[in-house]
Design a protein around this ligand. Structure first.
Ligand code: ZN
Length: 239
């Protein structure tokens, strides 16, 4: 029993360190001012989620501050309150059995698209290299949904917006009137996708400023770029 508990602690330490690093990456890349963002990680074998505590600035955040919960949001370890967005993260972990990290930021350009309530069009190969098609934008929640379990309803709203879009190929979404969520196989990949999304949003805005009638990338080029980086016969990198 003692040995088992020690193993759990070591495993959770690894999860905690991955989640801490993902949170710090958001701060380093300028994606999260003050406390405006959160990253979590899911240890699927143990059914445990580690997430940033609510309202703790990044420059004071340590691995022991992270809060560990089960998939229902019950705190298993930690003395601080979890991020208020926890239930949105949990909705995504419950829906998709192949993700191990979720990130939420209010990064400037991605959030501007959310506030405009516009899906992010694929205008060039930079976008096509990272996401297969436009990034969906979930509509703002109804007053009734806001009055209920707001964070869980946000999760449901994301899942509805992603219906018909493969979450493995488009690992990011815009929440209308709010801000983006991204995900990945682990916390590091979810944070990477948040950085990528911010740049795609910035590029798209600049493109449409230069030419408001700019057309989406032709499907043949978009598909070529996505396939060569992520498809079964990918040629990108050294792997
Ligand atoms: Zn938010």
């Amino acid at each position: 029993m003692i040995r088992y508990r020690a193993e759990v602690a070591v495993e959770l330490q690894s999860l905690r360190e991955q989640v801490l690093e993902a949170n710090l990456e958001l701060h380093r890349r300028g994606l999260a001012l003050y406390t405006w963002g959160n990253a979590s990680g899911f240890d699927r074998a143990r059914g445990l989620v580690a997430i940033k505590p609510s309202g703790v600035p990044y420059d004071r955040l340590t691995a022991v501050d992270l809060v560990v919960t089960d998939l229902d949001g019950a705190v298993v370890e930690g003395r601080l309150r979890p991020s208020s967005d926890l239930r949105t993260h949990l909705a995504l972990y419950r829906a998709w059995d192949d993700i191990g990290g979720v990130v939420h930021t209010h990064s400037t350009h991605a959030t501007a698209w959310c506030q405009a309530r516009r899906p992010l069009p694929c205008l060039g190969t930079t976008h096509a290299d990272h996401a297969a098609g436009p990034i969906p934008c979930a509509p703002p929640l109804s007053a009734a949904a806001v009055a209920g379990d707001y964070e869980a309803a946000t999760g449901a709203q994301i899942l509805a917006a992603m219906a018909g879009t493969d979450h493995r190929h488009t690992p990011m979404v815009l929440v209308g009137g709010h801000a983006p969520f991204t995900w990945g196989a682990d916390p590091a990949q979810a944070a990477h996708h948040a950085v990528v999304l911010e740049e795609l949003a910035r590029l798209a805005l600049l493109t449409l400023q230069i030419d408001p009638r700019a057309k989406p990338l032709p499907p043949a080029i978009a598909d070529k770029h996505w396939q060569r980086k992520h498809g079964p016969r990918r040629t990108y990198g050294q792997g």
